[in-house]
Design a binder for this molecule. Structure first.
Ligand SMILES: N[C@@H](CCC(=O)N[C@@H](CS)C(=O)NCC(=O)O)C(=O)O
Length: 286
């Protein structure tokens, strides 16, 4: 795998703010094209996957490559890089798949399907989604607390997409977090008005509130012992779309120190990390 963090030197801070995005994007598509072409050439004949490491949707897309043992070119986008994804699919988004000779595509589940069903790499491997309501309810139930635990940690983590200060700043600017006093999440416009001093204060306050957040998360994690079918797949019948939509979330918990995972959840994480060749965050946990 190649380890590439795309650097967009020409981009200044102002051009990363959403207020400037549309004007910049219109103007930039032309200048972004050579970069997209260069990226295509750099990928050779291998599929090229553009991702952020922390991103659950990117984990989904990476999973199918690991599960099928498909050699590919993994390209880490910097989190403030608007130019590369816009040049490829017209907006700032990850993951993006670029197959040689094809129009690049976004949407994690479309990417998973595109790769799994491509006969180049044998028969489709993934079991269909079971539509399990218990799993969906569990993921919905933990999404709020997971967001509060994960967001303040991401830009502090040793992730390739956050290699640059401006990339770490872009993440905070683009990801509103709840007012610790009221619990209300500001809209994007309001968040921009609030400004970096308050953003950073709120991010820090949620980080300090970790013990209280873990009191909510840990009992929910204990429930997984009854939800996970087996270490190798969350539902009976083998690895499938249930795992694609579940492992990506559970992987995020491994970034949080103090998370208590039962034996089944631990075995599942280890097995899925091994099967998909996607490392967990235990070594980075904070
Ligand atoms: N529906 C898309 C969602 C992808 C998505 O929301 N990706 C996030 C990163 S986790 C993103 O690129 N957000 C825009 C940004 O970070 O600026 C998918 O499943 O691929």
């Amino acid at each position: 795998m190649l380890f590439v963090v795309s650097t967009i030197i020409a981009l200044d801070h102002r051009s990363c703010t959403p207020g400037f995005t549309s004007a910049w994007s219109r103007k930039s598509v032309r200048s972004a094209v050579p970069i997209a072409r260069a990226a295509r050439g750099g990928g050779g004949l291998l599929p090229k996957l553009y991702v952020y490491d922390h991103c659950p949707f990117c984990t989904r897309a990476r999973m199918i490559f690991g599960l099928k043992g498909i050699r590919h070119n993994l390209s880490w986008l910097a989190n403030d890089d608007i130019q590369t994804p816009t040049g490829l699919v017209g907006k700032k988004i990850a993951p993006i798949l670029e197959m040689p000779g094809e129009t690049p595509m976004a949407e994690s589940l479309d990417i998973v399907r595109r790769i799994d069903e491509d006969p180049t790499w044998g028969s489709a491997l993934l079991q269909p989604s079971t539509g399990r309501e218990d799993l969906k309810a569990w993921m919905k139930g933990v999404s709020g607390v997971m967001r509060l635990l994960a967001r303040p940690r991401y830009p502090k983590g040793y992730f390739p997409e956050f290699a640059f200060q401006r990339a770490r700043e872009a993440f905070v600017r683009n990801h509103p977090i709840a007012d610790p006093e009221t619990g209300v999440i500001p809209g994007k416009e309001e968040w921009l008005q609030i400004g970096p001093d308050v953003w950073n204060k709120w991010y820090a306050q949620h980080l300090e509130n970790t013990p209280a957040l873990l009191e909510q998360l840990n009992p929910a994690l204990a429930e997984l012992e009854n939800l996970i079918h087996h270490g190798d797949s969350v539902s009976p019948g083998g690895v499938g779309y249930d795992d694609i939509a579940f492992f990506d979330r559970l992987r995020g918990t491994t970034l949080v120190k103090g998370v208590q995972l039962g034996p089944k959840a631990t075995a599942y994480l280890k097995s899925m990390s091994h099967q998909t060749d996607i490392p967990l965050f235990w070594a980075l946990a904070m």
